[in-house]
Design a protein around this ligand. Structure first.
Ligand SMILES: [Zn+2]
Length: 214
């Protein structure tokens, strides 16, 4: 095993809710804090690895769980990269998922499309005709992944005006999306995590291929 890869994956800890549903990837420092203040308990440790300080020796955490169930609001700060992860790096018009030979998504081929275009915005807001409400032009509910070609073809039109079909409507990230975004930042899935991750998340291309940053 590549020792550097092991060190890398050890810096990340999988955080579960009190009912053991996976929440997110957290840093080992934050995990240790939560173990020490009693917010979380250890579920899986990294074999034969310890965190040592003057006052304590602690098994290195791999998976932790909260003691108290926390209601998760899907409030993730909006950014283009996260939109691509939510959409599993797939053009939501033609279904193309550009990737490198090793399976990592090729973000260079993908763009962020404003479903209702900026040209139709009023004071930074657009009307979502499918949801019958106004939202910020650049927001989760109006942003979607499109390949360059589809984006160019669509131009300053709504999908309806361009006679294009969306595979899925843009949405606020679900808990599974958040987890997927969190996992997409890892080089690969650390040992011992699979047991705690739902199949739907594991089947996402980026997690299956063990995506790299950048
Ligand atoms: Zn496309």
């Amino acid at each position: 095993m590549d020792p550097y890869a092991q060190v890398n994956t050890m810096l990340q800890v999988l955080q579960l809710n009190a009912d053991y549903t996976p929440m997110k990837v957290t840093s080992w420092e934050r995990a240790v804090e939560m173990l020490l203040d009693g917010t979380a308990i250890s579920v899986e440790d990294v074999a034969d690895r310890y965190i040592r300080s003057e006052r304590l020796v602690l098994p290195w955490p791999a998976v932790i769980a909260l003691r108290k169930y926390r209601n998760v609001r899907s409030r993730v700060r909006f950014n283009a990269r996260a939109v691509l992860a939510r959409d599993q790096h797939t053009c939501q018009y033609c279904g193309w998922a550009p990737s490198f030979p090793d399976g990592r998504p090729d973000r260079g081929e993908l763009t962020l499309d404003h479903v209702v275009p900026r040209a139709q915005a009023r004071q930074g807001k657009v009307y979502l005709y499918w949801a019958r409400k106004w939202v910020n032009t650049t927001s989760w509910e109006n942003a979607i992944t499109a390949c360059k070609r589809c984006n160019q073809y669509k131009a300053n039109r709504t999908p309806q005006q361009a006679n294009m079909t969306l595979r899925a409507l843009p949405r606020l990230p679900t808990q599974a999306d958040i987890l997927r975004m969190s996992l997409a930042r890892l080089r690969r899935l650390p040992t011992g995590w699979e047991t705690y991750l739902p199949r739907v998340v594991l089947l996402a291309p980026e997690a299956a291929a063990g995506t790299a940053e950048g």
